[in-house]
Design a protein around this ligand. Structure first.
Ligand code: PMP
Ligand code: GLU
Length: 377
């Protein structure tokens, strides 16, 4: 066969998806694996959201839709952003995508020229770097402050004449950190001073435990240079629906629309009606799931700390980022093979020496996983 895409040769498969696939295969063979590897709510999508989708399906919403998304959903997202996130947003400044992941990919394609650099703050979720590279950009990683996981002036050292963009993710996957106003203001100043575009991935905004989520676009003039990415997967337990969105200045949305029109057209039409119900109905389902995640987080962080592990500030999302002795890939392999507990090594997030434990699983599973890990340490 002819040589395939050189661009993809340097891009690894998604570590989070690969490990959870491996855990599933082991389970199929009858090995009792407890998977703390994937970041996916274990709850079912709330009933009223499913009902809205079923109603749309039965009413014949089975055709192509406007490619940026159905007007009802663009309207619902713009009202949510203007009302909750502290910056103005019109429906024209919204695009509905096939999951937040697709929004991130479209954004990179929309903004980057070959060789332009994107600063990625580590530990960073596994798909930012591949999205940058697939769009022809160059990822530039910035190591974390491994105590606070906040951002300080040292990030300015990553700036070069080729820097175009910075990616911010708060609450963070995998560290669980929620960026404070000081960190976000520092990013905002940097973007203004060096004329950068920011991509702010806020998919975990509803999952915080005591700390308040702040949108980067609400600071200073950042709305004019920020692509805010969000979606339905985490807050509404809708991972399989593949529904996300981005809010950005019009020229960026217009470019993202071109990428969407020539790749996927738009997300599934009847699924978008579920999105409308999610945003416009009573939000108590979100709070119920958040409260349950907090209960699990309190448990797992307490137990790990009591066993002598250092845990990053688990103020948001549903991950405990845990410091381990030795090679993190080796530790993850050992935990999987010997303890039958699947976790994701920090190396997958450019931060070796840590393991990411997802607590988006039942309390029963967490108790058993903790028992196994603590017994072995
Ligand atoms: N951003 C982060 C930080 C995530 O953890 C995920 C989880 N897959 C996504 C984006 C993508 O979410 P979605 O399911 O909406 O594509
Ligand atoms: N975001 C989740 C995780 O980090 C889901 C898997 C993925 O899309 O990477 O585990």
């Amino acid at each position: 066969m002819r040589e395939l895409s050189r661009k993809l040769a340097g891009i690894p498969a998604s570590a989070t998806l690969e490990i959870s696939n491996l855990a599933r295969q082991m389970e199929k063979k009858g090995i009792p694996v407890i998977s703390l590897s994937i970041g996916e709510p274990d709850f079912d999508t709330p009933r009223h959201i499913k009902d809205a989708c079923i109603r749309a399906l039965l009413a014949g919403e089975t055709h192509y839709a406007p490619s940026n998304g159905i007007p009802e959903l663009l309207e619902a997202i713009s009202s949510k952003i203007s009302g909750e996130n502290g910056f103005p947003c019109t429906p024209e400044e919204v695009i509905v995508t096939c999951g937040a992941k697709d929004a991130i990919y479209d954004a990179m394609e929309a903004v980057l020229n070959p060789g332009e650099e994107v600063i990625i703050l580590d530990p960073a979720w596994v798909s930012y770097e591949p999205c940058v590279m697939m769009a022809g950009g160059k990822p530039v990683h910035h190591p974390p402050d491994e105590k606070t996981f906040q951002i300080d002036d040292s990030v300015l050292e990553r700036i070069s004449p080729r820097t175009k963009m910075i990616v911010v993710n708060s609450p963070s996957n995998p560290s669980g950190a929620v960026l404070d106003k000081r960190s976000l203001s520092l990013v905002a100043d940097m973007c203004t001073d060096f004329d950068l575009i920011a991509l702010s991935d806020e998919i975990y905004e509803k999952l915080t435990y005591g700390k308040k989520h702040l949108s980067l676009a609400s600071i200073g003039d950042m709305a004019g240079r920020t692509i805010t990415v969000n979606g339905f997967s985490k807050a509404y337990a809708m991972t399989g629906w593949r529904l996300g969105y981005a809010v950005a200045p019009l020229p960026i949305i217009r470019n993202m629309a071109k990428v969407q029109q020539h790749s996927v057209s738009h997300p599934t039409t009847f699924a978008m009606y579920g999105g409308v119900a999610a945003l416009t109905s009573d939000q108590s389902c979100v709070e119920e799931m958040r409260a349950e995640f907090q209960r699990r987080r309190d448990y797992i962080v307490r137990e790990l700390q009591m066993a002598g592990y250092r845990v990053a500030p688990a103020d948001g999302a549903f991950y405990a980022f845990v410091r381990v002795e030795g090679d993190d890939v080796e530790v993850a392999r050992r935990w999987l093979e010997e303890l039958h507990v699947a976790v994701t090594p920090g190396s997958a997030f450019h931060t070796p020496g840590w393991e990411r434990l997802s607590y988006a699983t039942s309390m029963e599973n967490l108790e058993e996983a903790i028992r196994r890990i603590c017994r072995a340490s």
